[in-house]
Design a protein. Structure first.
Length: 317
């Protein structure tokens, strides 16, 4: 006699249906099987268990004590299987207490995060966020070990470890920033003038990509002199305000500094690439309903943000 653990799923389903219906034809209809196919399955069950399982009586087919004892075991096994195979529960932001951990750029944290969080809290008041730096460990281990849910804002040209999923998010125009007292720089720069100026650069703390600006200059046979490499935009902008150096950064960030510091916007060389930002998560968790919701929320917010920027509409600070 075979043990129940050797039964295939079809036999377990047949046994459950027969015990529920106690009628071969009705059980076959429930399982969308032909009556001969179900009768054959019942024969296999009887042979395996060395028990008739169901016996014809004056009151119809009745289960034997053996089948009655097996029924709760089979129902429990099928219940656990159905539960395990069920799709993930829907993510309900209005009821969620989920805390998301994001590794982000200065640009996202300074310009976009405050209005994004304000918008989400209006309909998901229980959610919260932790903001972390983008580091090599975040990309290589933090995402896989779920210490970080998502990396927000990293340039699409970054080299990434295997296993992560990169989703295009938003593009941002680059501009230059110069001190208001800087008489060397006019309203715009061609690529030769750009290369001749002193530069302040934002350090790539991820450590995974060369500067897109330097790569562009090399393609034109040019190099630049960087006098200061800073970890955050505000420190870099303050260096620009006090020197004759320039820096290159996203337009929305530059416009903010122009209202805070004695600096002004300068049109960059047309050859400079657009900043193409992404959302990055690990493929292990790509089907997490909460992360799917967060990804969609960030994409929708970025679309609205860019529409407002192009129309000149003021956004919340």
């Amino acid at each position: 006699m075979r043990s129940l653990r050797h039964f295939d799923l079809n036999l377990l389903l047949v046994f459950e249906a027969l015990m529920r219906e106690r009628h071969v034809t009705r059980a076959a209809e429930k399982l969308h099987l032909s009556q001969p196919a179900l009768s054959h399955a019942l024969k296999r069950l009887r042979e395996a268990l060395d028990d008739p399982l169901l016996v014809c009586t004056e009151n119809g087919m009745q289960p034997t004590p053996r089948s009655l004892a097996l029924l709760p075991v089979v129902q429990q096994a099928l219940g656990q299987l159905r539960e395990g195979l069920a799709p993930p529960a829907m993510f309900l932001p209005a009821n969620s207490k989920r805390r998301f951990t994001l590794a982000t750029t200065d640009y996202f944290e300074e310009v976009m995060y405050p209005p994004f969080l304000s918008q989400l809290l209006a309909y998901a008041p229980g959610i919260s966020f932790s903001i972390e730096l983008i580091t090599p460990d975040v990309l290589s281990e933090g995402l896989e070990q779920r210490q970080i849910d998502m990396v927000v804002g990293l340039d699409s040209q970054s080299e990434l470890p295997s296993g992560v999923v990169q989703t295009p998010w938003m593009d941002e125009e680059l501009v230059c920033l110069a001190a208001t007292h800087n008489g060397r720089v006019g309203d715009g720069l061609d690529i030769a003038q750009f290369a001749q100026e002193l530069h302040v650069e934002l350090a790539d703390i991820s450590g995974l990509r060369p500067s897109n600006i330097d790569s562009c200059l090399v393609q034109h046979g040019l190099t630049r002199r960087v006098i200061s490499k800073n970890l955050n935009y505000i420190a870099a902008a303050q260096v620009v305000a006090l020197t004759e150096a320039i820096m290159t950064l996203p337009r929305q960030m530059a416009e903010r500094f122009a209202t805070m510091l004695p600096v002004r916007l300068v049109e960059p060389p047309k050859e400079l690439p657009t900043l193409k930002m992404t959302l990055i998560q690990h493929g292990l968790f790509a089907n997490d309903p909460a992360l799917i919701w967060l990804t969609q929320s960030l994409i929708e917010f970025a679309d609205t943000f860019q529409q407002q920027a192009s129309s000149g509409e003021r956004r919340p600070a």
